[in-house]
Ligand binder design. Structure first.
Ligand code: SF4
Ligand code: SF4
Length: 156
């Protein structure tokens, strides 16, 4: 009985496609929802830090001024929380895995010069507006103090 079962299985396998693939000779096929690795569309990133706060491994970091987003791929567990939390939807879980290699632990992405220049211009504009608002507030307080002092003088 055992021999018959074996012969049947052997015959079946002879005429069916192999269940294994020829990777790496042929490209790997990933399932639609495979958790491979995280990629970023860096120019869409607003450096809000939501992803860094959501990451349970503390593997992400950002630098607002330099316009960088850094991931340590050795620490990432591909949970996908950062993708869920990103308000700009600029993070994606890509199906393919990273190739192994010591130099690929930490990867930094930097915004394009055009985006960095635009962000610097906006920061300057905001700083200017804040300085003007502060100046106006100080002038208002000085005017109120002067008016109060004048009132006191008149009463005397
Ligand atoms: S997938 Fe998970 S572990 Fe990896 S960077 Fe995003 S939040 Fe962190
Ligand atoms: S959550 Fe998205 S927009 Fe915010 S810092 Fe992370 S990648 Fe950038």
């Amino acid at each position: 009985m055992g021999v018959m079962t074996f012969a049947g299985t052997a015959l079946k396998n002879l005429f069916s496609k192999p269940v294994t693939t020829s990777y790496p000779a042929e490209p790997a096929e990933y399932k639609e929802r495979t958790r491979g690795h995280i990629e970023i569309d860096i120019d869409q990133c607003i450096s809000c830090g939501m992803c860094t706060r959501a990451c349970p491994c503390g593997t992400l970091s950002i630098d607002k001024i330099k316009g960088t987003w850094t991931i340590n791929r050795f620490d990432c567990i591909a949970c996908g929380f950062c993708v869920e939390k990103c308000p700009k939807k600029c993070l994606t879980m890509v199906a393919g895995y990273q190739e192994p290699g010591g130099e690929k632990g930490e990867v930094t992405y930097t915004k394009s010069p055009e985006v960095l220049a635009e962000e610097a211009r906006k920061r300057e504009e905001m700083a200017k507006k804040a300085a003007e608002a502060k100046k106006a507030m100080e002038a208002k307080k000085a005017a109120e103090a002067a008016a109060a002092a004048a009132g006191e003088k008149k009463d005397n």
